[in-house]
Design a protein around this ligand. Structure first.
Ligand code: SAH
Length: 277
């Protein structure tokens, strides 16, 4: 999968992309990341990428022309790689989505839809993600209208720029690309099926008088799995009861949750049939 990042500060990406899992995925060619400096698409001699807002007010606004030129250059390079000179990372078959599109242009924005694991799962369906990092007060609205497919916020707070947000999206999507981490690691992960993950332990069996739950040392796979499932349910109820509304719950899960005092939300219970109609 290919990630193209459009930014005024490409150097910011050096650290996160040169360590651990993302580094290995890059080396293995499973993912491919290209950084594009939006300033390289400015045409004046000062390489101006921002200007004062029409209507007045604080701060600067990212200009339409350099950003639009950068987006178009990246998106059209997709067309050329589909032709005679294929780039390896884009050659691994059409991973088409509902729209049959292989490239998605995403703008990082605090006014965008909230980024969740579900959104990450949708984004990994594209062959190429173009992530646009805003700065200052944001970008000229007309670029958004003309060229942006989707706007994503990583949370309800305001960052100084979209770079950290793009790294968050890249990281969460990249680890879903087949081959980046063990397929097994995804199976029972937090948020995968709407529940949080169970707690983990490693050696020693007793640390500062705290023992690992005995069931994990029993070697009994069935009991370990049942314990982990209950821990997931217990943790989700304690920390994020809101997630239970949409979680994938079996009748046994529901019974266990009720034994812990869970009261399902009313909309979770089938409405009683009216006796008069
Ligand atoms: N004036 C804007 C904030 C601009 S912050 C407003 O009030 O909405 C500058 C840039 O940082 C934005 O263009 C966006 O790219 C990025 N950014 C800030 N907070 C973000 C968030 N929560 N999620 C994603 N991107 C964010």
């Amino acid at each position: 999968m290919r990630f193209d990042i459009l930014t005024l500060f490409p150097e910011m990406f050096a650290g996160p992309l040169t360590e651990s899992i993302i580094k290995r995925a890059l080396q293995a060619g499973v993912i491919d990341i290209a950084l594009h400096d939006i300033r390289d698409f400015a045409t004046d001699k000062h390489r101006t990428a921002d200007d004062a807002p029409y209507g007045g007010g604080a701060g600067m606004v990212m200009k339409a022309e350099p950003l639009a030129a950068a987006i178009r250059s990246v998106v059209s390079s997709r067309l050329s790689v589909a032709g005679d000179a294929p780039e390896p990372a884009l050659e691994d078959g059409p991973r088409t989505t509902d729209h049959g599109r292989r490239t998605l242009v995403v703008m990082m924005s605090p006014a965008g839809e909230r980024f969740t694991q579900r959104v990450a799962e949708e984004l990994v369906g594209y062959n190429r993600l173009v992530l646009i990092c805003g700065r200052y007060e944001g970008v000229d609205e007309r670029v958004r209208e003309a060229l942006i497919d989707r706007e994503i916020s990583i949370g309800d707070y305001v960052l100084t720029g979209g770079e950290l947000a793009a790294m968050v999206v890249l990281d969460a999507v990249a680890r879903l690309v087949p081959g980046v981490i063990d397929a097994e690691s995804h199976a029972e992960e937090s948020h995968g099926d709407g529940l949080l993950e169970y707690p983990h332990y490693t050696r020693p069996a007793v640390w500062e008088e705290r023992a690992v739950p005995p069931v994990l040392l029993s070697g009994h796979h069935g009991e370990v799995a049942a314990w982990r499932r209950r821990e997931r349910l217990r943790r989700t109820l304690a920390r994020r009861p809101d997630l239970l509304v949409a979680a994938d719950l079996s009748p046994a899960d529901r019974e266990y949750l009720r034994s812990l005092g869970w009261v399902p939300e009313t909309r979770d219970i089938p409405a009683p049939k009216s006796a008069t109609e």
